[in-house]
Design a protein around this ligand. Structure first.
Ligand code: ATP
Ligand code: HSE
Length: 294
């Protein structure tokens, strides 16, 4: 059995902690067989555990404990991932979704999509990465009182350019620079920007969505110093016809949305800029989300 989960890009500027998209880089977890102890074969580096300490298995354990189930066997697994770690492309959420599905399959829990979403949001803390990783496409979601409401919709036709800087930024560290509070006036203004962004996305108006996503007041102004590449890429995007540019998740990846016609000029401009060191990915929206193959 194989579990396949897409990467995700959260926030889209003003949609902080509630809007995300699934993109076509994948985490794959394969069950190779029963084993004396849990073992995850992978080549993701020394910092990623191969035993029960791995996020995949801590998630599995948490789900089994919530459901009051004990597995009689342990397994040898193989994990491969195209998703850069701690870069703002939802690597941790992809593992959480895979861990929930692994528990679901191994313990035959018959979890519904809603069950998986509740569990994932409880584990991750916010729904903007886990919801699109599970459902695919564009998801707008909110969690309160242990319940998540999620709306899945078609993302407007667009090319995506993800610039992934050569350094990690842990979500935990990137959240430390955010303010404890906003004034009532600031909160109303920031949320009205997010509302218009959502309306533009749902009506397929990427030209307007791209402009307003750059006016976020919730997180990008505070994180801009951590990721100097955001200002550089936004300038390139504006000069060469991108719809909009935003900090993907907690960063440091920067996502640019653009039409097919300007993709090559934007790619060329980014490659030519000596201040930018990192990888550039040309991505598509994943429309499916979590997949399980038997
Ligand atoms: N395949 C994996 N197996 C086990 N743990 C992983 C795996 N991928 C990511 N992680 C864990 O998740 C951490 C990264 O999570 P973090 O939330 O900081 O970034 P992200 O999920 O890549 O980005 P963002 O949440 O901003 O989109 C890694 O340092 C590692 O501990
Ligand atoms: N919305 C989250 C995504 C990263 O987990 C953040 O920006 O901190």
């Amino acid at each position: 059995m194989k579990i396949i989960v897409p990467a995700t890009s959260a926030n889209l500027g003003a949609g902080f902690d509630s809007i995300g998209i699934a993109v076509n880089l994948y985490l794959t977890v394969e069950i190779l067989g029963i084993s004396n102890s849990w073992y995850i074969e992978h080549d993701l580096g020394e910092n990623i555990p191969t035993d029960e300490r791995n996020l995949l298995l801590t998630t599995l354990t948490e789900v089994l404990s919530v459901k009051n189930v004990v597995l009689s066997e342990k397994y040898h697994l193989k994990m491969t991932s195209e998703i850069p770690l701690a870069r703002g492309l939802g690597s941790s959420s992809s593992v959480i979704i895979a861990g929930i599905e692994l528990a679901n399959q191994l313990a035959q829990l018959n979890l519904t999509i809603d069950d998986k979403l509740e569990l994932a949001t409880q584990i991750e803390g916010h729904p903007d990465n886990v919801a699109p990783a599970l459902l695919g496409n564009l998801v707008i979601a909110t969690t309160s009182n242990h319940h998540t409401d999620a709306v899945c919709a078609q993302f407007p036709a667009s090319k995506l350019l993800a610039f992934v800087p050569n350094y990690e930024l842990k979500t935990m560290d990137s959240r430390k620079v955010l303010p404890e509070q906003l004034t009532y006036k600031e909160a109303v203004s920031a949320s009205s920007i997010a509302n218009v962004l959502t309306a533009n996305l749902l009506t397929g108006d990427l030209l307007s969505a791209g402009k307003i996503m750059e006016r976020d007041r919730f997180h990008e102004p505070y994180r801009a110093n951590l990721v100097p590449e955001l200002a550089i890429l936004r300038k390139i995007g504006r000069a060469h016809g991108a719809y909009g540019t935003y900090l993907s998740g907690a960063g440091p990846t920067i996502m640019m949305l653009c039409a097919d016609e300007v993709l090559s000029v934007l790619t060329e401009q980014i490659h030519q800029d000596k201040q930018l060191t990192g990888q550039l990915y040309s991505l598509e929206i994943d429309k499916i989300g979590l997949k399980t193959e038997h």
